[in-house]
Design a protein around this ligand. Structure first.
Ligand code: UTP
Length: 406
């Protein structure tokens, strides 16, 4: 990207202030800034002015519940184990987030939940996967999504800890893309005189980033049929769970999501349902009072199972998502920036927007999605906050309850 071209693009999108300090930058800083401008999708910023027009028609769907799963567990498990042994499953760990709520400086997976000994989040996730590797006698390809902000630290951490016993030739890292943060008027924030303020583009771009990193060929060559994608923060989740995979296969669903019974009807979690007959996750703030109180034929709350960010998606449908526009979420955040006097400011209140796509929106493109219940006492211990709900404290309590020595 040369200066003239960058100038035209910025002029077109009303962002010429990005070049305010250009003449005072060193040659390499100038080059860096021009290449940042070249990589930005400015259309994303224009979406600030777009209105959502689609009419929603949301209906509840029933989950495959613990009692039903336990009746057919052996059958599901045998099917899942066979599929894993045939190489049908690969894993994607979403670890590109900034974990701002936790307030921990390093990548979230490097957080130590141990008290008397080291026990890192990444270590726990690898241990859960190793249980299945042992059970199936099969190494499962393990892809880890990072971002520019945490990639080098994450890669070094795994290396330093010898991949916690996982065969390193099956672990691959790839970076997600970044998008600019803007003020409430849609003007791009600068982080430094030659540096646009960029943040990870949400967890919804994971499949396209995986492909951009060149891994689709390996996946197709190795006959992988499904990807289990999951978050970094749930330290108790079952990964590569053969019962989950087997249930999707046996019950004839295209995809599945692990869900837990909600702690109360107004718990702040998304619920797997349908929207215009397509799988959809209704966010807690979208539930009307009427929907929240609705009961099904068994007398249970109709929207009773919350999603946990652990999905199994089929490769063929994931490929088709590459040609579609994922819904864009515009999120208010506190964004550190360089003010008009060239002073770096760290606001404590939201001062602008970040743009994100979300992995949960992918289910709409899957055809069908099985809500698969897991026991929240055994499989749901997300670490989002330092204290309170979904925190280090609650995760430690649940780990102890499940027999871990911390
Ligand atoms: P969260 O929604 O908890 O976001 O991510 P976060 O950025 O980690 O944390 P906060 O909101 O700033 O506190 C859910 C999962 O998606 C991943 C996270 O790493 C986590 O596993 N994620 C999130 C990404 O991989 N990339 C992103 O851009 C955002």
């Amino acid at each position: 990207m040369d200066y003239e071209k960058a100038y035209k693009i910025l002029e077109n999108f009303g962002q010429l202030h990005v070049l305010k300090y250009y003449d005072s930058l060193t040659e390499s800083e100038q080059k860096n800034l021009l290449s940042q401008i070249g990589e930005i999708n400015f259309e994303v910023i224009n979406s600030l002015n777009r209105q959502e027009t689609d009419e929603k028609n949301i209906k509840p769907v029933s989950a495959l519940q613990l009692s039903e799963i336990s009746e057919k567990k052996e059958e599901y498990e045998a099917l899942g184990i066979k599929a894993i042994q045939n190489g049908a499953l690969a894993l994607v760990l979403l670890a590109g987030g900034q974990g701002t709520r936790l307030g921990y400086a390093g990548p979230k997976g490097t957080f130590n939940v141990g008290i008397t000994k080291d026990l890192f989040i990444f270590e726990l996730l690898i241990q859960h996967t190793l249980d299945i590797v042992k059970k199936t006698d099969t190494w499962i390809p393990f892809y880890i999504m990072t971002s520019d902000k945490n990639n080098d630290e994450t890669v070094a951490f795994f290396k330093e800890h010898h991949y916690f016993g996982y065969d390193a030739s099956y672990i691959h890292f790839f970076k997600q893309e970044m998008v600019p943060s803007v003020d409430f008027n849609g003007k791009i924030y600068m982080e430094d005189k030659g540096q646009i303020c960029l943040s990870p583009n949400g967890n919804g771009g994971w499949f396209s980033s995986l492909c951009k990193a060149g891994y689709l060929k390996d996946i197709l060559d190795n006959q992988v049929k499904y990807i289990n994608v999951f978050s970094v923060d749930n330290v108790l989740q079952g990964i590569a769970d053969p019962v989950f995979l087997g249930a999707i296969l046996k019950e004839g669903y295209a995809s599945g999501g692990k869900v837990v019974k909600k702690a109360s009807p107004d718990e702040r979690v998304g619920v797997l349902c349908t929207n215009n007959d397509k799988p959809y996750i209704v966010e807690y703030y979208e539930l009307t009072d009427e929907m929240r109180d609705e009961r099904n034929a068994d007398g249970e709350y109709a929207y009773n199972y919350g999603v946990t960010l652990n999905y199994i998606f089929p490769i063929d449908k994931l490929i088709s998502t590459m040609d579609t526009d994922m819904p864009l979420h515009i999120v208010k955040k506190a964004i550190p920036y360089l003010d008009e006097h060239g002073v770096y400011v760290k606001p404590s209140e939201p001062n602008g927007y970040k743009f994100e796509t979300l992995a949960l929106d992918m289910i709409t493109f899957m055809g069908t999605c099985l809500p698969f219940e897991v026991d929240r006492e055994k499989e749901f211990a997300p670490i989002k906050n330092a204290t309170g709900v979904d925190s280090i404290e609650t995760a430690r309590q649940l780990l102890t309850k499940n027999g871990y020595t911390l």
